[in-house]
Unconditional design. Structure first.
Length: 193
């Protein structure tokens, strides 16, 4: 079943006023890791919430590295509520591009599921750390990479997964280069070498 259909069904069965992350995970079944990370990646692209999402994203990413069957969040995180209207507006904006992408993205270049889960979890954990950078719009590139990784994992598309991992690597190299430049400018590197 395509991801867009699963997300629309999820919205139809959502409670009236507020939704919790625990409710989302309980209703997603086998695709819970991919869909939770896709939704968290989309939330991380919004201004002001990227640091909170960066913390939350670490839980399912670590559990993917450990090859858990489905994500389990701490009670205080799983019980956190957000308005159903916010979920609905996000899904309405995401639905047309998602349906468009699903015409091209399909299962290909199959990889072993457990290994893929661990690689995707590790990449999301590393890229998720970039959500804490306190610069305007610095949350958008890592959030988009998380969305790409999640979507590739959900649709079992090895080609898209390779592209998403390449973007993740490029983003991490840029961040490492920026940190290196900042450390070099302070003069710490000369003292260390």
């Amino acid at each position: 079943m395509p991801t867009s259909t699963i997300l629309q069904d999820l919205l139809l069965h959502a409670p009236e006023e507020t939704v919790t992350l625990g409710w989302l995970m309980g209703n997603l079944g086998d695709r819970s890791f991919g869909i939770i990370l896709l939704l968290l990646g989309l939330l991380a692209s919004l201004p002001g919430v990227s640091a909170i999402v960066g913390v939350i994203i670490a839980f399912p990413a670590c559990q993917m590295i450990l090859a858990r069957r489905s994500p389990v969040l701490p009670r205080f995180v799983a019980a956190r509520t957000f308005p159903k209207q916010r979920l609905a507006s996000m899904l309405i904006r995401v639905d047309p591009p998602l349906r468009y992408l699903e015409r091209f993205i399909r299962p290909r270049w199959q990889t072993p599921l457990q290994m893929t889960k661990r690689v995707v979890g590790g990449a999301i954990l590393l890229v998720g750390a970039l959500l804490f950078v306190p610069l305007p719009l610095s949350n958008v590139p890592p959030a988009l990479v998380v969305v790409l990784l999640s979507f590739a994992y959900l649709e079992e598309d090895g080609v898209l997964l390779c592209i998403a991992l390449s973007f993740a690597l490029a983003l991490l190299l840029i961040a490492a280069g920026t940190v290196w430049q900042a450390i070099s400018a302070t003069g710490w590197v000369g003292g260390l070498l």
